[in-house]
Write a protein that binds this ligand. Structure first.
Ligand code: ATP
Ligand code: MG
Length: 559
């Protein structure tokens, strides 16, 4: 095998094989088929990157097909959000399509199937049908309605369609084989009655086709060559093929369903049903809460499209169920933001520093690069004055040699500014330090070229000038769940594992250059992490979300 062949994933290998066996390259076509019953999550991103990635690789069209066959759960809001998320990830679909576009065609094909004796109306209760279905080890038994006449089936199905029956009273079933080893082939339901308004077809229909009957036929209509879905559909493949076979015309391409393992991520849940619960029960502020594993949540949190696409590439696709470490996702965003964000200063947990030998009332505007290591970021002026804030954690009265921050009698450099030395501190009645008195070395200004400016001191601290700083609300997030697999416990509800400390709100002080920051702007707060401006910001107060801290646990583990 050539190097290139080896690096193909198993779906690409299947495609290469089909091409080698005569499938013309122009016939390749893919689709991404979301059900508009919720927002897209990072698992969907795996499927999006896979399908659209194949489109790019083979220069083949990829349809966006909304799988909208259940009007009870589907909404236009979700359609719009899904389109926005895919565009944001940077992918372009060929056609925007809806399974509901095919309701008439599916209905017409169904009439033909009934006329061929391959489908029948069943009016038993769902319990009765479930019992007759058998088990994986026991064959099923035929429904007493299995042998209705074609005329009777046609007339009953028409009544179903015309709304003459109650919901749940009648279904249409394919007449396949109640003894089939594959339970999905034991006369599966093709249509059920749902007297619900559909977000696109309104009240035109009160019978709706089931997933299996819809999906393969939609692929066939669109001439999708490779229909890629997740593993739980593997056992549906026989049925997919059976349905396609019923309408197949041999001048056409026969779509092929192939399966890959779902993407699971540690410390979160990924099912839309569960995410909806979190939204509806107010556990989070909405589908785009920055703690959610949704694309919209990740975007609001500060993730870039590139980081999500890289994450999908690195984690690859698999034939077996597995869980991806969320630290890998965090690594991907850090890697991207490290190269792309300007570095600025903000203090989250402030303590006041007075520089006693700095003239009162004096201010300086220090030229500071947005990035000291890369070209092209430019610079801004950072105001300096006699009173500044530093982080409380950056000062100790006494500390051992490994503490490279500020301690009494020792020096540190203030980033982009001067070397200061701690002389004394004031404390409150609880012994908490409230004010630190320092002196500064006037000749040590960064970049001034003097001997003193080149003096090496261990430790550089970030800071802001108190009178110039702007107030900012900083939202610091932790994982939404305390358990690695919150929905992996048999007898415990996933919500039992919600982390009560997943959001911490901090009143911080930031350098004034941030005044003009816009929603979704991303920055590094030096020494603290990566942050992004939240949509809750107002002209009076900026709100920042912490995307990720600087520490990279994944890179450390995988060195
Ligand atoms: P959920 O269980 O989260 O509601 P779903 O499979 O019902 O997901 P759909 O809207 O039907 O969601 O999915 C659209 C496409 O995305 C399907 O092809 C599906 O297989 C794929 N997909 C959904 N979840 C994942 C996941 N976790 N990993 C990979 N692909 C996924
Ligand atoms: Mg689904």
């Amino acid at each position: 095998m050539s190097e290139e062949k080896k690096s193909l994933n198993f779906i690409e290998q299947i495609i290469e094989e089909d091409l080698a066996n005569g499938l013309p390259k122009e016939k390749l076509r893919f689709r991404f088929p979301p059900e508009p019953n919720g927002y897209l999550h990072i698992g969907h991103a795996a499927s999006i990157c896979l399908n659209f990635g194949l489109g790019l690789k083979y220069n083949a069209p990829v349809n966006l097909r909304f799988d909208d066959t259940n009007p009870a759960k589907e909404e236009q809001e979700y359609v719009d959000a899904i389109k926005h998320d895919i565009e944001w990830l940077g992918f372009k679909w060929d056609k925007e399509l809806y399974s509901s576009n095919y309701f008439q065609q599916l209905y017409d094909w169904t009439l033909a199937l009934i006329k061929e004796g391959k489908a029948y109306v069943d009016n038993q209760s769902s319990e009765e049908m479930a019992i007759q279905k058998g088990t994986p080890t026991e064959v099923g038994t035929d429904s007493p309605n299995r042998n209705r006449s074609i005329e009777e089936n046609l007339s009953l199905f028409l009544k179903m369609k015309n709304g003459e029956f109650e919901e749940g009273s009648h279904v249409l079933r394919a007449k396949i084989d109640m003894k089939h080893v594959n339970m999905h082939m034991r006369d599966p339901i093709m249509y059920r009655i749902l007297k619900k308004e559909h977000h696109r077809t309104g009240t035109d229909w009160c019978i709706y086709p089931m997933y299996d009957w819809t999906h393969g036929e939609s692929d066939y209509i669109e001439q999708v060559s490779h229909s890629i879905c997740t593993l739980e559909f593997k056992s549906h493949r026989d049925l997919y093929d059976w349905y396609v076979e019923q309408v197949y015309d041999n001048s056409k391409l026969r779509p092929k369903q192939r399966e890959f393992a779902r993407r699971n991520l540690s410390y979160t849940v990924m099912s839309k049903r569960k995410l909806l619960q979190l939204v509806e029960e107010g556990v989070v502020s909405g589908w785009d809460d920055p703690r959610m594993p949704t694309i919209s949540g990740l975007r609001r949190r500060g993730y870039t499209p590139m980081s999500i696409r890289n994450f999908s590439d690195i984690s690859g696709i698999s034939k077996r169920e597995n869980v991806t470490d969320v630290a890998l996702l965090e690594h991907c965003i850090k890697d991207d933001l490290n190269k792309t964000t300007p570095r600025v200063m903000a203090v989250l947990n402030p303590v006041k520093v007075v520089i006693t030998n700095y003239p009162e009332g004096k201010e300086e505007f220090l030229d500071a690069n947005y990035n000291d290591y890369e070209e092209g970021f430019g610079s801004r002026l950072v105001p300096f004055s006699r009173e500044i804030y530093i982080e409380k954690e950056d000062f100790r009265e006494e500390a051992n040699k490994k503490f490279f921050r500020l301690k009494l009698g020792k020096e540190v450099r203030l980033k982009n500014a001067y070397i200061i030395k701690a002389e004394s501190c004031k404390k409150d009645e609880n012994g908490e330090v409230t004010e630190i008195h320092c002196t500064y070395d006037e000749d040590s200004k960064s970049g001034s070229g003097t001997e003193a400016s080149k003096r090496k001191v261990k430790g550089t601290l970030h800071w802001v000038s108190i009178s110039h700083a702007i107030k900012a609300e900083v939202r610091v997030y932790d994982r939404l769940f305390t358990d690695e697999a919150p929905d992996g416990h048999k007898d415990v509800d996933f919500k039992e594992f919600i982390n009560p400390k997943s959001l911490q709100i901090i009143n911080a002080f930031a350098e004034p250059s941030l005044k003009t920051a816009k929603v979704l702007d991303r920055v590094q707060f030096q020494r603290l992490g990566y942050f992004c401006v939240d949509k809750d910001s107002t002209s009076n107060k900026l709100v920042f979300n912490r995307t990720v801290p600087l520490r990279d646990s994944w890179a450390k583990q995988n060195k």
